[in-house]
Design a protein around this ligand. Structure first.
Ligand code: GRF
Length: 213
C-alpha cells in the first residue's frame, strides 16, 4: 500500500465528522497531520488530542483580518505537510489566497443536496421550503459559498420531518460515510474533472467504493 496521504482537518465545533475520519481513514489511506479550529474549547479539539493529532486554534478575533488568519493557518498546515484540507463543520469562509495554497484540494461536507440550500442553516432552509428529500454533499471548495464541484452526494427521504435536530440526526450517518469515502478516493488518485465539463468530477470505476454506510 502507498504512503498515507497527509491531510489537515478544519473544525469549529462538535467534530463528529472529524471523529469519523479518525475512526476510518486515519492511519490507513490518510494521516491527519493537523486539526485547526476556528474556536477554542470545542469538542473537536479533544477528539484530535485523544489521538495525538496536533491542534491549533485560529480564532478570527485574534487576527487583524480574515486574510491574516488564513495566511497564518495556511502556513501551519503547510508546515505540517498537509496535501488535502478537509472542512469538517468549519463555519468560516476561506479566502482565495488560502485556497491557492492548497491547489491539490480543499473539500467540504454540507448537509444538503447542493446546489439547493447553500450556506448556513441548510437544514432549516430545507425544512422551511418543505422538501421531502434531504441529503448530504461532499464537494471541492472554490471561492463561492458551497459552489465548488460536487464529488459525492447521497439523498434521504424524510417526508414527515419537522425538526432540524431530527434531520441532522438522520443525515449524520450519511456524512460520516461520505466524507471518509471521498478522502479514500482522493488518496487513491481516483478523482478527476470531466474534460467535457470540469465541474463534473469523474470517479475512477476501478476505485474501491464503499457502499451504504
Ligand atoms: C455537519 O452537519 C456539516 O455538514 C456541517 O457542520 C456540521 C458539523 O458537524 N458543515 P461536526 O462538527 O462534524 O459534528
Amino acid at each position: 500500500m502507498s504512503e498515507p496521504l497527509p491531510i489537515a482537518v478544519l473544525v469549529s465545533g462538535t467534530g463528529t465528522n472529524l471523529q469519523a475520519l479518525l475512526d476510518t481513514v486515519h492511519g490507513r489511506e490518510a494521516k491527519i497531520v493537523a486539526v485547526a479550529s476556528s474556536a477554542a474549547g470545542v469538542a473537536a479539539l479533544d477528539r484530535a488530542a485523544a489521538r495525538d493529532v496536533p491542534t491549533r486554534v485560529f480564532a478570527r478575533g485574534d487576527f487583524e483580518s480574515r486574510a491574516a488568519r488564513d495566511e497564518t493557518m495556511a502556513a501551519w498546515l503547510e508546515q505540517r505537510g498537509a496535501r488535502l484540507v478537509v472542512l469538517a463543520g468549519y463555519m468560516e469562509l476561506l479566502g482565495d489566497s488560502f485556497l491557492e495554497r492548497f491547489p491539490a484540494g480543499v473539500i467540504n461536507v454540507h448537509p444538503s443536496l447542493l446546489p439547493a440550500f447553500p450556506g448556513l442553516g441548510a437544514i432549516e432552509q430545507a425544512l422551511a421550503y418543505g422538501v421531502k428529500v434531504f441529503g448530504v454533499t461532499v464537494h471541492f471548495v472554490d471561492g463561492g459559498v458551497d459552489t465548488g464541484p460536487v464529488i459525492l452526494q447521497r439523498a434521504l427521504e424524510l417526508p414527515d420531518a419537522r425538526e432540524p435536530t431530527e434531520v441532522l440526526a438522520a443525515l449524520r450517518p450519511l456524512e460520516h460515510a461520505l466524507l471518509p469515502q471521498v478522502v479514500r478516493l482522493f488518496a487513491d488518485g481516483a478523482l478527476a474533472p470531466d474534460p467535457g465539463n470540469p465541474r463534473r468530477m469523474l470517479i475512477d470505476p476501478q476505485a474501491h467504493v464503499v457502499g451504504e454506510g
